[in-house]
Ligand binder design. Structure first.
Ligand SMILES: Cc1cc2nc3c(=O)[nH]c(=O)nc-3n(C[C@H](O)[C@H](O)[C@H](O)COP(=O)(O)OP(=O)(O)OC[C@H]3O[C@@H](n4cnc5c(N)ncnc54)[C@H](O)[C@@H]3O)c2cc1C
Length: 374
């Protein structure tokens, strides 16, 4: 137990120093250039962050849900895009761990240290409604032939391996692992999204990709279960990222409001400003408690679906509102593209959509709550 704690502490200290030196100084440049400047991705890779949640038997570090969430929380304080790039990868790795057969795990989990894995479900005809998708797989002997296009994929274009949701019958959803090196695999366009601009979001095109049976995740028809499981894991991590965004906002606001004066008084002495900083602090702390609670429940084998959904549903709106308060505290400077506050609002806003819209999550939260009480 003590040894575990020490290992976690060493990791978190290293992530903090990495964030302060390699991530935070480049936050605005990453946002404005829409790319991971200063070789950030290579540095993230070389620091071993890709394989943080990959089990040790497959060459990874095997850290638990609480630790991986804390890592992304720290990184997100420096730049939310890089934290979301790792979030997309970690939740994909976790689904291969949970649902991959031995052969699939032996093939892809060791590769997760060097190659990013993504999780495409959405298509032009199916986002919130997965049954609306058109991608499909047909069985031919011992293989499956996969066709269809996927859009809005976190790390789409950057990731090299994809866990793709397709139909295996008109009302049956399944997942297959495909690789960019396979015949018939192509990248489509990149999205021009408002926020998280460092993180590529793009399309893949699957044209008669042939995979062996072992590329199926779980069993045929397990798509809804696997999709929900990926959402749960991603939402815990997104709660951590959103907490990091709010911590970043609070750092900026605290420094500004302490130095900026109205007449001779620092504006932090004004009750109107204090009210906003207090609301921002409460928003940050409630999101932190929710994601940490979800992570603890996940690590101890309890059902964490509702807690994960609450962390993201609450945290995403809280971070947008907190960003708006931060903008107001900085006055005209807050509205300037030269200050980092506005992009933190755009970054947080993405998480009201990605990994399930907040509307759909509220349905899940409500149904779980009602079911637990009748
Ligand atoms: C930054 C970012 C990253 C993303 N990454 C990925 C990824 O890695 N993989 C992936 O597969 N997708 C990804 N997406 C896509 C995302 O999952 C979808 O945008 C989301 O599921 C909503 O689907 P949609 O855009 O088709 O909207 P629609 O489903 O058309 O929804 C439109 C509106 O109707 C509401 N609505 C729809 N159905 C219901 C319902 N049943 N109950 C209540 N309200 C409803 C929605 O909440 C929304 O407000 C990403 C999106 C973003 C913004």
């Amino acid at each position: 137990m003590d040894q575990l704690k020490t290992r976690e502490e060493i990791l978190l200290r290293m992530v903090k120093s990495f964030t302060e030196n390699e991530v935070a100084p480049f936050d605005s440049e990453i946002d404005q250039t829409r790319s991971y400047v200063n070789n950030l991705l290579e540095k993230v890779h070389d620091a071993g962050f890709y394989s943080l949640v990959t089990p040790e038997e497959y060459g990874g570090a095997g850290f638990d849900g609480r630790t991986s969430a804390k890592v992304l929380n720290i990184l997100a304080k420096g730049n939310a895009s890089i934290a979301v790039t790792l979030e997309g990868h970690y939740k994909s790795v976790e689904q291969i761990v949970k649902y991959g057969n031995d052969k699939l795990k032996a093939k892809y989990l060791p590769q997760s240290a060097d190659r990013i894995i993504a999780f495409p479900m959405t298509e032009p005809t199916g986002g919130s409604n997965p049954m609306g998708i058109n991608s499909h797989a047909e069985k031919h002997g011992d293989s499956w032939i996969i066709n269809g296009d996927k859009i809005m994929i976190t790390n789409g274009g950057l990731a090299e391996i994809y866990c793709a949701m397709v139909k295996t019958a008109p009302t049956e959803l399944s997942f297959f692992v495909v690789d960019q090196d396979m015949d018939g695999f192509k990248f489509g366009k990149q999205e021009k999204f408002l926020g998280l601009t460092g993180c590529p979001i793009g399309e893949i095109l699957m044209d008669n990709i042939e995979v062996d049976e072992y590329h199926l995740l779980g069993k045929v028809g397990m798509g809804p279960e696997i999709g929900n499981s990926a959402h749960d894991d991603a939402r815990v991590l997104m709660g951590a990222v959103l907490t990091g965004i709010m911590e970043h906002q609070l750092d900026i606001v605290s420094e500004y409001a302490t130095q900026r004066k109205a007449m001779d008084t620092p504006i932090i002495e004004l009750q109107t400003i204090q009210r906003k900083v207090a609301d921002m602090t409460i928003a940050k702390e409630t999101t932190k408690l929710l994601y940490q609670q979800a992570a603890i429940m996940k690590d101890s084998g309890q059902d964490y679906e509702q807690e994960a959904a609450m962390a993201k549903a609450h945290g995403s709106r809280a971070a947008v509102k907190s960003g708006d308060d931060a903008l107001q505290i900085l006055g005209g400077y807050g509205y300037s593209l030269e200050y980092p506050v506005e992009h933190l609002i755009r970054d947080a806003r993405a998480m009201e959509l990605a990994e399930g819209s907040v509307e759909k999550m509220r349905t899940e939260i409500a149904l779980i709550e009602a079911k637990s009480r009748v």
